[in-house]
Design a protein around this ligand. Sequence first.
Ligand SMILES: Nc1ncnc2c1ncn2[C@@H]1O[C@H](COP(=O)(O)OP(=O)(O)O)[C@@H](O)[C@H]1O
Ligand SMILES: [Mg+2]
Length: 431
Amino acid sequence: MERGKEEITVKMAKKEAEDDAVHIEGTSEEEEDNFIIAISRVSAAISGLGNLDAILSIGLDTALKSLDGKAGGVMLLDEESGFLSYRVTSGLSERYSEEMFMKTGQGIAGKVAQSGKAILVDDISAEHNATRPDLISLEGLRAFVSVPLKANEKVLGVMNITSDKPRTFSQRDIYMCKSIGDQLGTAVEQSRLNERLRRGRERYRQLARRVIVAQEKERKKIARDLHDETSQILAGLALNLQALIEMAEGKDIQDRQFMDILKKSHSFTVQIHTEVSRIIADLRPTQLDTLGLVAAIRQYVNSIVVSQGIKVHFDMEPIEKHLLPEEELSLFRLVQGAVGNIIQHSEAENIVIFLKQQDDNLVLSVSDDGKGFEIEKLTEMRERGRGYGLLHMKERMTLIGATCNVQTQPGKGTTVKAFFPLSGKATVKED
Ligand SMILES: Nc1ncnc2c1ncn2[C@@H]1O[C@H](COP(=O)(O)OP(=O)(O)O)[C@@H](O)[C@H]1O
Ligand SMILES: [Mg+2]
């Protein structure tokens, strides 16, 4: 019995290698048509459905129909534990699908998972190798086909088709089952890769969020230290120097060089104080808390470009939706980053800041009429350690659920644009 069964498996494997899915000997045209229909049905499910269970169910259902099977199921292999267990079933009792699991190498399905080769049993109730004869007999299973679900020669599970009568499956049956098994194997692999990708993205997002939170915390601390110590001392120093000037003038000191140095020292101190205040404002945009996003952007951009000889045009409307502080801060940081780039790289004469609600999005864009750049070169730049500003802006937007893109071309200016979805946000109450 065992020997005969092995032979069928081996014969089939040979057969497949020879004709490679072209035409199976002894198959009528109608059977071939059915075969093609079955395979396309599974293909359509794979390309049309995102849900693995739904795909497996259609694969199973198709195999059951074409083999005239009574019940069956798809078992998936857990790579870590090496156990096979049912993921979807049809016509099998709950008890059977819950209790029937086995290690690779055990029972019929376990052997299929181990060898990667299909096994056919004319009557499994007479099979002493079966894992749970009690369940098999309870379920009334007789003829049994188990085919591997393979992707890239790796077995990811098995599909079992059974019948309540002993019977011999034809070559066509096995071929059909194997083909569906291969299709399902690819779908399982694809779904696992997608899941791994999704988890990778999620981990990356969490990491990015932590980096941003840590960065904001550090910025706050530096801003506070600068404000409480450096800035206060500089303010005191400027006042002292001003007092010294007044004293010297009061005493009518005629030493020009002395007076010049004193006045220059005062003016340097005032300059440094202004610069430190600007750095503090950059590090911790307190205007956001007091003025709100629109006014804070206006004030910040005006203060920053005033010394650069660049004209700023604002096209902004009040935001009627309630934004969270971190959302406002991220949008503000986008403006900071984009304006910083304009000053540093663009040689622009004009900047346009646009902030409006359009449909269900808040659209924020920062455009310039400067020299632009080749966006394709960004990857190269990153290899040299530059170009992380834009990447960082995009990541920050992703974290608040917004999308961000950069439009630019050499000689055509640059626009950094963000779309922040407002759906589900509460409307700000009018005072
Ligand atoms: N507004 C702009 N005008 C011209 N070039 C820009 C502009 N914004 C960015 N760039 C170009 O894109 C590059 C990447 O910008 P970014 O990611 O902020 O990194 P970084 O500013 O550190 O170089 C810049 O080095 C610059 O060449
Ligand atoms: Mg930059």
